[in-house]
Design a protein around this ligand. Structure first.
Ligand code: UD1
Length: 341
């Protein structure tokens, strides 16, 4: 099959990582169909992707757990593969509402896999997270580190990974790729699409950028007494466009490989909270007010990836550096101070 005739179903394709991945797919000659329930995304993001790519995109508003809807899409389209993003992702909320999280994230994936099997479409790239490494005993983290989860969100990601591994054990015609994201940040270089949290952001970079644009007053730095060079937490921040490209590479790798493989998707480089604040100030020219607060429960001191496996197997490597991440984040946030609203 020619690449340009390959149609990909992207669940959650209107979301932050999904929308950037749709851009990469189209730029690489794939055709895309988006399934999204817009529970944490906007139809406007699809319009913006159409503007970036100069093409129209088919989509359906439905829940990935809606079997009739998912069947209907497979009846009407001949998909080469699926990239599955659609899931809830707020850790705190997952602790408060575990049933809702398991229902959406685990049942949704089960429904999708069942329909894929029925329609003989057995290629899947799954959106997982470094959260499946729990509290890692050392850094950098390789894919063979022990897996665990400390909250229902993380459990739901781990459960879907386990389902995929069991599925391959039972039927070796599946071609499955698990991408474990480190900390996705930034936005497409056009400034047209980016992260648009529906509430006060939980994650560091959207919080900083909303302080930068004047929507929030002051950043709380959660802990400055970690065993790290400046005492603040160290993470592996990766440009969302690099992350998007990893999905294209994972799809291309599925071409030749049967199996269920997991890959770390990060830069391999850790930065502290205060380094991120400084880098954002450099790129934006804004001053970020912050105060040091006690540690946030569940946080680890340092988390960054060993990326050798993804470099070798997927022929993929992150290309954007920290300053570029900040410039692209600031372009998105300053052009869209209220997100897509
Ligand atoms: C979090 C999730 C992780 C998820 C990822 C998605 C937790 C425990 N983990 O990772 O499962 O895959 O988001 O992006 O929530 N920080 C502040 N002030 C803030 C916000 C964060 O100082 O207002 C610090 C944190 O303490 C941490 C760093 O910034 O050191 C990054 O935090 P965050 O962006 O929330 O990501 P993670 O916690 O690494």
């Amino acid at each position: 099959m020619q690449e340009n005739s390959k149609k990909i179903l992207v669940t959650g394709g209107a979301g932050y990582i999904g929308s950037h991945t749709v851009v990469s797919l189209i730029e690489n000659g794939f055709e895309v169909f988006i399934l999204d329930d817009f529970s944490n995304s906007h139809v406007e993001s699809i319009r913006r992707v159409e503007q970036i790519c100069g093409t129209s995109i088919d989509f359906l508003e439905a829940d990935v757990g809606d079997e009739a809807a998912v069947r209907g899409i497979f009846e009407a389209n001949d998909f080469y593969a699926v990239i599955h993003f659609a899931a809830f992702k707020a850790i705190g909320e997952s602790v408060q509402q575990p049933l809702r999280y398991y229902q959406n994230n685990v049942s949704g994936a089960l429904n999708l896999l069942k329909v894929m099997d029925n329609f003989d479409c057995r290629r899947l790239v799954f959106s997982s997270s470094a959260t499946v490494y729990g509290d890692p005993s050392s850094v950098p983290i390789t894919e063979s580190f022990p897996l665990s989860a400390t909250n229902p969100y993380g459990q739901s990601k781990l459960m879907v990974e386990n389902i995929m591994r069991d599925l391959y054990r039972a039927d070796q015609s599946w071609q499955l790729s698990i991408l474990r994201y480190f900390n996705p940040v930034a936005a497409h270089q056009s400034g047209l699409i980016g992260e648009d949290p529906s509430d006060i952001p939980n994650n560091l970079m959207p919080y900083i950028s909303q302080v930068g644009v004047g929507r929030l007053d002051c950043l709380s730095v959660y802990g400055d007494d970690y065993n790290t060079p400046d005492g603040t937490g160290v993470r592996d921040y990766i440009h969302v466009s690099d992350l998007a490209n990893a999905h294209v590479k994972a799809l291309q790798a599925l071409n030749s490989e049967h199996g269920c493989e997991s890959y770390n998707i990060g830069t391999g480089q850790g930065y502290s909270v205060l380094e991120m604040v400084k880098a954002f100030e450099r790129a934006s020219g804004q001053t970020i007010n912050y105060k040091v607060m006690p540690r946030r429960g569940g946080d680890v001191a340092s988390c960054y990836a060993d990326t050798r496996k993804s470099t070798e197997h997927l022929d993929w490597k992150a290309e954007y550096d920290l300053d570029r991440m900040m410039q692209d984040l600031w372009r998105w946030q300053s052009k869209n101070p209220n997100g897509y609203a």
